[in-house]
Design a protein. Structure first.
Length: 463
C-alpha cells in the first residue's frame, strides 16, 4: 500500500491468553466469507495481517495486543474466589457513596440487585468446588500413572503425610489457571487502574493498566504516522473497557509521555464497534472509572455500534453512554449458545454487515447455505440445553461436600448417644453442628465479606 490508507483499524482484543494476531485472523475469516477473492491481504515478515484492500478502498490494521502484560506467569495466584462475594456488595456500596444516582438507577433497583447477587455468589461456590474436585481427581490419576507407587514406609511416614497434605493444599488445577487468565484479567486491570497496591509477589502488575493504555495510544499514534484518513476501532470484551478508558481520557494521568489527551489524534476516530462489551456492568460495579465525559475535542462525535449476543452472559445493551452521540445496539441470536456466544462475533452476519459498510463503504454479509444455518441452530440449542444440566451436576458434586462438612462431624459425635438409645441427644447434637454451620455462613456473608468489601470498595473508588 503505497498510498496512505483510507482507514486505520485498531483491533483491541479481550480477556484470556490471546496470541498476537488471533483476533485479527478471526476477523479475516469472516471478511473472506463476505468478499472471497476480492479481499486482498498484505502481511508483514512475521505473517501478521497489516493491510486490507477491497477494490480501491484500503484499510491498515493496528493490533492493540496487551495479553502479555497480563500473561500467565505474571497473574498466577491473583484471582480470589472471595472477591466475587465482595463484588456482590459493590452496587449497594456505590449507591451509599452517591456513585449510582437517580434517575439512571433507583434505590429499589440497586437493592434488588444486591439481594440477588449476594446469594447467587454463594450458590456459585459449590460449582467452583465441584470443578476443582474433578480437576484434582483427574490430576491425581495422571500423577499416579507417571510416578512410582509410594513404599510402605512412605505411606505410614508422618513427614511424608505432611508433605502430601501440603502439596495437595498448594496444588493448582486447570480451574485456577483459567480463573487467573480470564476472570483475573478483569480484576487485575481494575486493581491497577484504581491504583490499589498488589501484594509483593505481584508487584509488577501495579503498572498493568498504564501499560495497556500505552499500547492503545501507541497504535493510535502509528495510524497517524502512516497517514490514515480516519481511524475506526473494533474492540472485544475487556478490550471495550480499555477503549472507553482511553477515549474518555478518564485515566489519562496513568500514561506518561506523548499520550492523552491526544486531541488531534482522537478527533480522527469516526467509528467504534464494540462486541461482547461488559461496559454497562462495569458502570454498575466501578462507576468511578466510567465518567462518561468526552475527550475534550470540541464537537467530537463517533458512530458507535454495540453488538451483544442474547446468550452472552458478559455482554449487555449500552443504555447510559450518550456522550459521543449515542449508541446503536444490535442484538444477535445466531452463532452460538451460552458457552460460545462470547467468542463468535467476528463471524456474525450482522457484525460483518455493519463492519464492512464502515471499512469498505459497502455492506456485505456472508451467504451461508441453509444446512449450515440448520446445523448452527441445532448445536446452539443443544449447547443451551446441556449447559444447565452440567452446571447442576457440578453444583451437586460441590454441594454434597459443602453439606457433608457439618453433617459428618455431627453424625460422628452423635454415635455414642445413638448406641445408648438417646434419640433426643442425637437430634440435638446434629442440630448444633448444622446451626453452627449456618451461623458461620451468615457471619461470612454479612460480617466478614461485607467488611472486606467496604475496604476494597474504598480503595477502588478513591481515584
Amino acid at each position: 500500500m503505497d498510498q496512505p490508507p483510507d482507514v486505520g483499524l485498531l483491533v483491541v482484543h479481550g480477556i484470556g491468553e490471546q496470541r498476537r494476531g488471533e483476533t485479527t485472523e478471526k476477523l479475516l475469516r469472516g471478511l473472506h466469507e463476505c468478499y472471497g477473492d476480492r479481499l486482498r491481504v498484505e502481511r508483514d515478515a512475521a505473517g501478521a495481517a497489516r493491510g486490507l484492500r477491497v477494490g480501491a478502498r484500503t484499510v491498515r490494521v493496528y493490533e492493540v495486543h496487551w495479553a502479555t502484560i497480563l500473561g500467565k506467569a505474571r497473574v498466577t495466584g491473583t484471582f480470589r474466589w472471595k472477591l466475587l462475594h465482595e463484588l456482590a456488595w459493590f452496587p449497594w456500596l456505590n449507591w451509599k457513596a452517591g456513585l449510582l444516582r437517580a434517575p439512571e438507577y433507583t434505590r429499589l433497583q440497586v437493592l434488588a440487585w444486591t439481594i440477588l447477587l449476594v446469594p447467587m455468589t454463594l450458590a456459585a461456590f459449590p460449582v467452583y468446588w465441584g470443578l476443582g474436585l474433578i480437576a484434582k481427581l483427574v490430576a491425581g490419576v495422571r500423577e499416579a500413572r507417571t510416578e512410582p507407587p509410594p513404599s510402605l514406609r512412605d505411606v505410614f511416614s508422618r513427614e511424608k503425610r505432611r508433605e502430601r497434605s501440603r502439596r495437595a493444599a498448594e496444588s493448582r488445577t486447570v480451574v485456577d489457571d483459567v480463573l487467573d487468565s480470564y476472570a483475573g484479567d478483569v480484576v487485575n486491570y481494575m486493581t491497577s487502574l484504581c491504583r490499589v497496591a498488589f501484594d509483593d509477589a505481584h508487584r509488577q502488575l501495579d503498572t498493568a493498566a498504564r501499560d495497556i493504555l500505552a499500547c492503545f495510544y501507541e497504535q493510535l499514534a502509528a495510524a497517524h504516522r502512516d497517514g490514515c484518513r480516519e481511524v475506526q476501532i473494533l474492540a472485544h470484551s475487556l478490550g471495550t473497557v480499555v477503549t472507553y478508558h482511553a477515549l474518555t481520557g478518564a485515566c489519562a494521568e496513568l500514561v506518561d509521555g506523548d499520550t492523552p489527551p491526544h486531541q488531534p489524534k482522537l478527533a480522527s476516530i469516526t467509528r467504534v464497534y464494540t462486541i461482547g462489551s461488559p461496559l454497562e456492568k462495569f458502570r454498575f460495579f466501578w462507576p468511578a472509572t466510567i465518567r462518561g465525559r468526552a475527550v475534550g475535542v470540541e464537537g467530537w462525535r463517533v458512530q458507535w455500534d454495540n453488538f451483544r449476543h442474547l446468550f452472552d452472559p458478559v455482554a449487555g445493551r449500552l443504555r447510559r453512554f450518550s456522550s459521543w452521540g449515542g449508541v446503536t445496539n444490535h442484538a444477535l441470536l445466531r452463532g452460538g449458545g451460552v458457552l460460545r456466544s462470547h467468542v463468535v462475533y467476528e463471524r456474525s452476519e450482522t457484525v460483518l454487515s455493519v463492519l464492512t459498510a464502515g471499512l469498505f463503504g459497502e455492506a456485505c454479509a456472508p451467504r451461508r447455505p441453509e444446512w449450515r444455518r440448520t446445523l448452527d441452530l441445532v448445536t446452539s440449542t443443544a449447547e443451551n440445553l446441556a449447559t444447565p444440566v452440567v452446571l447442576v451436576a457440578l453444583w451437586l458434586v460441590g454441594a454434597s461436600f459443602v453439606v457433608a462438612t457439618p453433617i459428618i462431624p455431627g453424625w460422628l459425635f452423635s454415635l455414642p448417644f445413638r448406641w445408648l438409645g438417646w434419640p433426643g441427644w442425637v437430634t440435638a447434637i446434629q442440630l448444633v453442628f448444622l446451626g453452627s454451620a449456618l451461623i458461620t455462613l451468615a457471619h461470612f456473608t454479612i460480617v466478614d465479606v461485607r467488611g472486606s468489601a467496604k475496604r476494597w470498595h474504598a480503595q477502588w473508588t478513591r481515584s
